[in-house]
Write a protein that binds this ligand. Structure first.
Ligand SMILES: [Cu+2]
Length: 142
């Protein structure tokens, strides 16, 4: 009796995650997010400018529900596969939001090697499905 209920219990546990995943918006096909600057392998000063490029969709401030738009996010030393893309992106040093609709930002990082990756997300800070991400770049801060 208990054994026969296990598959149902498993289904009930999975169902909320499926519902949330289904809620993610599809990006415009062919949308790309990329670094205009810095470039992969660049050496930069402690304070440097990040320029974020986007092709295929538009940038709008967070919270503004306009079709085919979203805002930029920057992952600093944070691998994409460590994030739960079914949930809203946390606000942290490693997961920065540009909710004002910025396409350029001044960044300060300590000396050493750092990885950067752009993640373009919708007005709710939710990832598109499939995710719109740039290549990972590695920079050296002097
Ligand atoms: Cu955001």
């Amino acid at each position: 009796m208990i054994k026969s209920l296990l598959p149902l219990a498993a289904l009930l546990l999975v169902a909320p995650a499926l519902t949330l995943a289904a809620d993610r918006l599809a990006p415009v096909e062919g949308t790309e997010v990329y670094f205009i600057a810095p470039a992969d392998g660049d050496t930069v000063e402690t304070t440097f400018t990040v320029r974020m490029g986007l092709h295929g969709m538009g940038v709008a401030p967070a919270g503004v529900d306009v079709g085919n738009t979203g805002h930029h996010h920057l992952l600093v030393n944070t691998p994409l596969d460590e994030l739960d893309l079914g949930a809203g992106l946390p606000f942290s040093e490693g997961t920065r939001h540009f909710g004002g609709g910025q396409t350029e930002a001044s960044l300060q990082l300590p000396a050493g090697e750092h990885t950067l990756q752009l993640l373009f997300m919708d007005y709710r800070h939710l990832s598109f499905d499939p995710p719109v991400v740039s290549d990972v770049i590695t920079i050296t801060v002097e």
